[in-house]
Design a protein. Sequence first.
Length: 281
Amino acid sequence: MSESPLDGEVGTIRLGDRTVHRLGLGTNRVTHRPEAQAFLRRAVELGVDFIDTADVYQSGASEEAIGEVVPSTASDILVATKGGLVRTPGGYEVNGQPAHLREAIEGSLQRLRRDRLDLYYLHRVDPRVPIEESLAVLRGFQKDGRIRHIGVSNVTISELERARRMVTVVSVQNQYNVIEREGEDVVRYCEDHDIVFVPWNPLLRGRMAESGPLAELASRRGVTPHQIALAWLLKRSPMVLPIPGTLSEKHLKENLAAARLPLDASEIQALEECSRPKTTH
């Protein structure tokens, strides 16, 4: 890979035995259409080396596209995927049953065209299944050499602690952004235990401009509210690895440029008006 525009700006972070830049790419809208595949190739050319997907994204098409574009031999690119959700006519339902997870992992391996998954998350904790039973499946695949690293997603601190008694958790993926900070306690826990925190929905699905203080600061700086939001996340903690999703090269470049956007103490204080942290257990 050529030198990344992220080098020397955003810095890197360790995920288990791998090192990636602290700005990744979410792919919940990526399909196997030619234009989406071309976008993925361009993202890699621009230095993106952490790609996040899930088996339910586009009913598996996101994984298929990544499998076609990012070969398993691309050891400098870490692909993370998830299992434990099932698409239904009304949306999604959680399924942490061991039988389902075994099938889900096999499906992800096939669609991503890999013998081993770099990072696999339990997508959600199934309230009907003890988290230990769900994670026992992931641990088994890890022992067999078919999962490299394990993560958990959408967890409370209690669930995370139970997970850590079962497996080595290298990453947690919860919703978190400058507006919605209900997961602040989990972020702090990850900081204290050297666990990478991957915030999903880091740009509030494009609604950052609705926040007055954030929009005002972006206007003064001559940047977009999304860039301010990403800069805040990168400043929030060295353990945070945002994964903004887009299918636009223009927006991707803007996201990458946020790594070069410093925020001073007064600006960070102003952004505190966007939201107040709420602690949940």
